[in-house]
Design a protein around this ligand. Structure first.
Ligand SMILES: [Mn+2]
Length: 455
């Protein structure tokens, strides 16, 4: 299955191996992009290449114009570039003598020419770039085509795919499944059925249990001493060498004991069991991918590359703490302004206007938390915040009930964006958009109308 991508990667691999000048690596700033960058970084370093790298939030036209002027003669774009491939051709291929390689999985605009512009994208080979493979996966296969020895980098492909929410109900799909098998076989990743609780590898066990509210665990949800009691009733210690244990600190036998204790209490454990992927550094894969994503959100994507390549868990810990603080302060802004109807207001939908007080990279998280914490009693909640270039970022979530009743928020948002010269879409339960600042009121009004008509 992955063989066709490995074959398709040969011309790019050859170009990279043979190129003797300076190379520029350009990556995207989310967890997938940072993993793809780490893979390419390692590949180039192992080849002894002279290279620079940068990580961008977006690749705007002016970025392409600027990159066309840089010194490097070979440009390698990862997790970015497919959606701007017309600009790459126009400003770089047609105007300079530089060569371009793109390793991406976003919807491509145009194909490359196979010579100076090599465009690797799963869409060209009939694979779904949405859930079958990420840019980290594409770049991993490129690295493997460059040198078979790079196959130790396979775990980054999985962390990237996880960051792009390519797992469906806990399971990798399509090409990702092949990559997961490869990683397990080589011992970089372990897979077993386990309790899929928040903070599995980062929070004390009793916290993971007390934070579990869906399904509600009578006497344990939101009840720390009840959670500690449950752990003790399973015959387990909550501490090890003085420190609180996390769920992933338990061995398989111990986790079974806990599961049995939960079954004895009549808890619907089946709903909490999932395939758990644990990395060889002890982190559960979703949690590690969140940390890498946080590096980008905090404006420090290169720290993500460092955490990945040096397995710098101390830095990972620092980033997590900093990220948590940033989320708390964004939530505090909402809390402090909930009586101010220019910031927090509700018609059919609930609206949080973060203005320039909530960073656009945090408005999504704030919206998700607000949807679940009962601030509104609406079928849809949206957050909006100022972004760069006179744009506003919109993030929206629908309630489970609304989705079950047939709402597809992604489609609604996409349709409104078409009317107002914005860009957006997403899934039935979560969607986002970038809209012109001037269309803010209009957008909120239109979304309210649409939801009102549907519910
Ligand atoms: Mn991606």
């Amino acid at each position: 299955m992955v063989q066709d991508i490995l074959d398709a990667a040969q011309p790019a691999a050859e170009k990279i191996r043979d190129y003797e000048g300076k190379i520029r690596l350009i990556g995207q700033y989310d967890a997938d992009g940072i993993n793809a960058t780490a893979v390419a970084h390692q590949m180039l370093e192992r080849l002894g290449k002279d290279f620079e790298y940068e990580i961008l939030r977006q690749l705007y036209e002016e970025d392409v114009e600027r990159i066309a002027e840089e010194d490097e003669g070979l440009l390698l774009f990862v997790d970015i570039g497919s959606g701007q491939s017309k600009f790459l051709k126009e400003y770089i291929i047609d105007e300079t003598d530089k060569d371009v390689i793109v390793s991406d999985h976003h919807e491509p605009q145009i194909e490359g020419d196979g010579e100076r512009f090599i465009h690797m994208n799963p869409h060209f080979l009939g694979h779904d770039g949405g859930e079958a493979i990420s840019a980290a996966g594409m770049t991993y296969l490129l690295a493997k085509a460059v040198d078979e020895e790079n196959d130790d980098l396979v775990k980054y492909a999985l962390i990237g795919a996880t960051g792009d929410v390519q797992k469906q109900e806990g399971e990798f799909m399509g090409l990702n499944q092949d990559l997961a098998e490869e990683a397990i076989e080589k011992g970089h990743v372990e897979k077993r059925k386990g309790l899929d609780l928040y903070g599995r590898s980062t929070k004390p066990l009793q916290k993971s249990l007390m934070y579990t509210t869906d399904p509600h665990l009578e006497g344990v949800s939101n009840n720390e001493s009840g959670a500690i009691q449950l752990v003790k009733s399973a015959g387990l210690d909550i501490r090890e060498n003085g420190d609180f244990r996390t769920l992933s600190d338990l061995d398989e036998e111990e986790e079974k004991k806990l599961i049995n204790a939960m079954i004895r209490r009549g808890f619907p454990v089946q709903e909490l069991l999932n395939d758990i992927y644990t990395l060889d550094n002890g982190y559960e894969i979703d949690e590690f991918s969140t940390v890498i994503n946080a590096c980008g959100r905090l404006g420090q994507p290169k720290k993500g590359v460092k955490i990945l390549l040096e397995n710098d868990l101390e830095l990972a810990d620092k980033i997590s703490t900093k990220y948590g603080r940033k989320i708390s302060s964004s939530l505090r802004y909402v809390e402090n302004n909930k009586e101010d109807d220019e910031v927090v207001y509700e018609d059919t939908i609930g609206v949080i206007d973060g203005k320039d007080n909530i960073e656009d990279d945090f408005i999504g998280t704030v919206t998700t938390i607000t949807m679940s914490n009962g601030l509104f009693n609406s079928p849809v909640v949206m957050g909006i915040a100022e972004s760069d270039k006179d744009k506003m970022k919109v993030s929206s979530r629908a309630s489970k009930e609304a989705v079950e009743a047939g709402l597809n928020l992604g489609e609604v948002i996409e349709a409104i964006c078409e009317e107002i010269d914005g860009e957006g879409g997403g899934h039935n339960i979560a969607a986002g958009a970038m809209i012109p600042e001037s269309e803010k009121e209009n957008f909120i009004e239109r979304l309210n109308e649409e939801i009102e008509a549907l519910v």
